[in-house]
Design a protein around this ligand. Structure first.
Ligand code: ATP
Length: 362
């Protein structure tokens, strides 16, 4: 069992500040180091008290997240500084990422050329490639987990966050897990097949597709429809949304939307794809002419933000209701974390998906 700092309270060394964000079971707050005045982010997680309890997160999961973060020191990955543990909670002291989400930053712009988007994609590939070189899969890559260290610099730096579902592969290990957000998961997750780091590359394909067009490639009216679109590889580059997109960008995405995970482009290969690293004058010119469908992207992002707030309010209300009325059936916060719905309509709530598809085995 990993040993965290239990001798001191986080408050002894840090002044606790405002809430920066919340996840399914964690609250992230700005914290100021008392000795240096330096600002960090504190991720406060309630630990499940006993195996039968349904509230809080298992200590084992936190240990896994900490171990992954300790392995990952890279400029495009959020850094871990310290870990504190008290009787009821674990606090991760993390690098403060103050530039907000990449998608929000882009949505504020009037227009964006593909070349500018490529600079961000390159950094995502570098971060993901580093993770994969350490045999670690993130398994929850989506716009909410791609942030910027500081948006007021000329070249903002990408920071990948939230390693709550990440997994480090042991040699020869077979790992299966049904988790993630429907829009972004590959067929092998849905089919409950052995997973590899290639899962993340499919998600990179979805993020790129959305970034360029403002539409989500496999999105159906319900989660079921989304999942069946993914398994059937049912997507297209329709002219309406991709009229300004370069052929190289489409090729980049096509090489990621490959059912066979062995054939899917890796992060390392992606960095050498001509869309990211053009070799000829013609390729450079093609890239320079292409741009992002900003009107549609802004619309997508506004809807995404609205859904995020809706889901958060809905889950809080559900947890409150279930805790008050019927304690035994309350979903563990961890379950809510493992599978998040992003269906268009809300007749079937995220919990239905949770019931259908959960569990993780190594
Ligand atoms: P999930 O519900 O996806 O499992 P979680 O409970 O593990 O999430 P995080 O996603 O790690 O929590 O963090 C919740 C929110 O807090 C993020 O969406 C982000 O807005 C904010 N956040 C997380 N880490 C940082 C950081 N290092 N600096 C600034 N804000 C952060």
């Amino acid at each position: 069992m990993a040993v965290f700092n239990t001798l001191q309270n986080v408050e002894d060394l840090y002044e606790i500040g405002d809430v920066l964000g919340s996840g399914h079971y964690a609250q992230v707050r700005e914290v100021r180091e008392r000795t240096s005045g330096v600002l960090w982010a504190g991720k406060f997680m309630k630990i499940r008290k006993c195996a039968s309890s349904r509230m809080g997160i298992e200590r084992k999961s936190v240990e896994k997240e900490v171990e992954v973060l300790q392995t990952l020191q890279h400029t495009n990955i959020m850094a871990l500084k310290d870990v504190f543990e008290s009787r009821a909670e674990v606090v991760l002291v993390l690098e403060l990422i103050s530039g907000g989400e990449l998608f929000d930053f882009i949505a504020e712009k009037e227009n964006l050329m593909e070349t500018e988007a490529i600079e961000f994609m390159k950094q995502i590939l570098l971060g993901v490639g580093f993770m994969h070189s350490k045999q670690i899969g993130h398994f929850d890559l989506k716009p909410e987990n791609i942030m910027l260290s500081d948006k007021n610099t000329p070249n903002p730096r990408i920071k990948i966050i939230d390693f709550g579902l990440a997994h480090r592969f042991q040699t020869g290990e077979e790992y299966k897990c049904m988790s993630g957000t429907p829009q972004y998961i590959p067929p092998e997750v849905i089919n409950y097949e052995p997973l590899s780091t290639a899962v993340d590359m499919w998600s990179v394909g979805v993020i790129t597709y959305i970034l360029l067009s403002g539409t989500s490639p496999f999105q159906g009216c319900t989660d079921e429809e989304t999942l069946s679109n993914i398994v059937a590889l049912n997507y297209e580059f329709d002219d309406q949304h991709f009229s300004k997109t370069s052929a190289m960008a489409k090729d980049f995405i096509q090489k990621l939307f490959v059912i066979d995970k062995i054939e899917r482009m890796t992060a390392e290969e992606g960095l050498f794809h001509p869309w990211i690293k053009p070799l000829t004058r013609k390729q450079v010119d093609n890239r320079n002419r292409a741009s992002i469908n900003m009107k549609n992207f802004k619309r997508f992002n506004a809807k995404r933000k609205w859904k995020m707030s809706y889901n958060m309010v809905w889950m809080c209300n559900r947890l409150r209701r279930l805790n008050g009325v019927c304690k035994t059936v309350a979903p563990a916060a961890e379950e809510l974390r493992q599978c998040e719905s992003d269906q268009e309509d809300n007749d079937i709530k995220p919990a239905s998906l949770i019931r259908r598809r959960l569990s993780s085995t190594s």
